[in-house]
Write a protein that binds this ligand. Sequence first.
Ligand code: 73E
Length: 812
Amino acid sequence: MTDTKLEKLPESLDPKNVPLGEAVLRHLVYSVGKDASHAVRRDWCAALSLAVRDRMVDGWMDTTRRIYKEKAKRVYYLSMEFMIGRLLEDAISNMGLTAEAKGFFSEHGLDLQEILEAEPDPALGNGGLGRLAACFLDSMATVGVAGMGYGIRYEHGIFRQSFQDGWQLEEPEDWLIFGNNWEFHRPEVSYPISFGGSVQQDAQGKMVWTPSERILAGAFDTPIAGWQGKHVNTLRLWSARSAETLNLHQFNQGEFMAASRQQVLAESITKVLYPGDHTAEGRELRLKQEVFFTSASLQDLLHRFLLDNKDLTALPKHVAIQLNDTHPAIAVPELVRLLVDEHDMEFVQSFEIARGCLNYTNHTLLPEALEKWPLELIERCLPRHLQIIREIDNLFAAEIRAKFEGKDPAPMQAIDPHHGGWVRMGNLAFIGAKRVNGVSALHTELMKQTVFKDLHEVYPDRILNQTNGITPRRWLKECNPGLAELITETIGEDWVGDLSHISELVPYAEDKAFRDKFKAVKLENKKRLAAYIQSEVGIKVDPTALFDIQIKRIHEYKRQLMNALETMALYNAMKADPKAGWQPRVKIFAGKAAPSYTLAKLIIKLINDAAKVINNDPDVDGLLKLVFLPNYNVSAAEILIPGADLSEQISTAGFEASGTGNMKFALNGALTVGTLDGANVEIKEHVGDDNIFIFGLEADEVAARQHGGCQPWVTVAETPRLQEVVTQISSGFYSNGDTERFKGIVDNVLAHDYFQVTPDFQAYWDIQRKIDGEFKDQDTWQRMAVLNTANMGWFSADRTIRGYANDIWKAL
Ligand code: 73E
């Protein structure tokens, strides 16, 4: 730090003293290097982003100063994924600059909306888990938690999805190609991350790790402003680079590839986001990514702590660390290693410190998503960590034996010695955490009864629930300005910063004039969505039809297949009797399948093939359209959700830990058709049984059937509509006579049906017909829709963050 008298900058330099438009012009010329007459939308977007970022910096520094001064407890949210989406609209909205920006651009004949759309959508996540982390950043900055997000600055986020003849194609995504105007590169903030090598004991008995590979983690900071910019927190993303410099000698010999080898290898760590949601693959590189960002984050937070503290035993008093799933669970041995090896502390004390700071959120009970690493791999890449994991396991075993006579700790330990040996990351995270939480009431109960049953018995106070939430800024105010304005003119603007106020809308559900306005807003949103569909896939849809939407990752347990089968059955029924007074519907799907998930990709192909047949059949023209939109991401969600009448939340009960799309739809006045799964259970409690369409097997019934050996082929035979559809698919009706194409799907449904599509099909069909009837009575439908919006206050991520802050972090 330099010693300077310049504590406060001159007033004239304060960005707030310059009109936003002038600042945009200045950045356009002096930062982007373009004059206004040659600037394209992307240039304006860059200039506006830089001008808005300037406005955030003072608040950002104020927040930092306040945290230091008040010695506020710091919260670190470690996540492999931050699905932040575009940042510009969010920033101008939270900073209260929307009107000024709009005014400036329209004065110059430009449309702010088009400029906002020129920003790339950073998709640094797979789905709900990553988007939750992004909502939490917004809420921590709104509620005033001294929170910091730590993650990976992937050069390529999740793949760009397109369709070739209905099959999913994956192409690399390139969000950084035109630079990133939000981030501050901190070349001086850099930490070494080590892998491989061996561990030896020195003369004093101390373990000394001599790694064979060393990579550097460099920091990039993005300021995140909460509502009204009162607090501005930081998202710090790590980027990998080689610790070795270019081999100039080799380079000068003309061996260019060999000379850059080290750099290329190191940089590969943060090249791409691992594209699997709920499948443990990617192996070594994935493990290295996890270690890389976790270690960098822990080194960084220890460094910050030691700037004004000497005593590391006080760490739990000042620091809380939240592990977003097991992806950063290596934090348990890594924090112990840093304390023991780098700060000369005792092992037992170090473990107690780690356990005082670390907390773990579980997001799924799906067995294939519970991370476990082969012992051999951990031993090869992380020999010192493996020693520490063994010591932690021993300590844990001693604790259990002392507390519970006769109890065998082995099934609960982190290391599973069977089948070649594994490290179970869920167990490691549980053992090393102060608190462990689930993400909905049902999910937390199931955690206690299944995956963590024995650990819960020995630590009954450790597991608690924090039901997920969503930020009402992005997911109502920004994505649905029509509805946001209607709400604000009706009850005032307090709901934006405190969503519990939205319940003041409840009485307006009985007010016909209000319902009509609510409906008019929805119609405008549906028109916007219809235009988007037309431009993306060239299908014309009628905005007055029922818009029925399922958007999420494609996975068997989410049961897009059941929705598709019901659509085909509806098509048959409409075709058989087109004059039967059907409620016109538009069935909309969007979502990506993991590239290696063959069955999920086949489901996409089936929907696309069915769409071709249905959309080109004049018999159902005006009655049914089927649309699969490519490349679902946050920006697409912002158009789709406000335009929905019906939200599909139809996972096999017991399998969706929470869901957050379900909350976004309901907040925007869509009604839910869903199973009693994840947060649907709590949504039902809040919106009321009469304002949601619940059907199907419950979690205990599903579990009983899955264990009890069901006979899906019998159920299909007993469900004529389903039988007809299955026969059509297998006889090539949707595949130009190709009877092989969908064999994988048909065989799976008939022979196994693990996710219980067949027993739930009839109930799903029946409730959809009930929905048809209710949608026709628009007045009643709009009443229910208003009650959905009005009763979603509890699902604000601000409430969730307060829950974490009070119950887990002790940070408010
Ligand atoms: O139910 C959602 C939940 O709403 C759950 O499936 C999802 O997390 C959301 C936020 O809590 C989730 N994603 C993953 N596990 N659960 C996951 C697992 C491995 C890799 C990437 C994501």
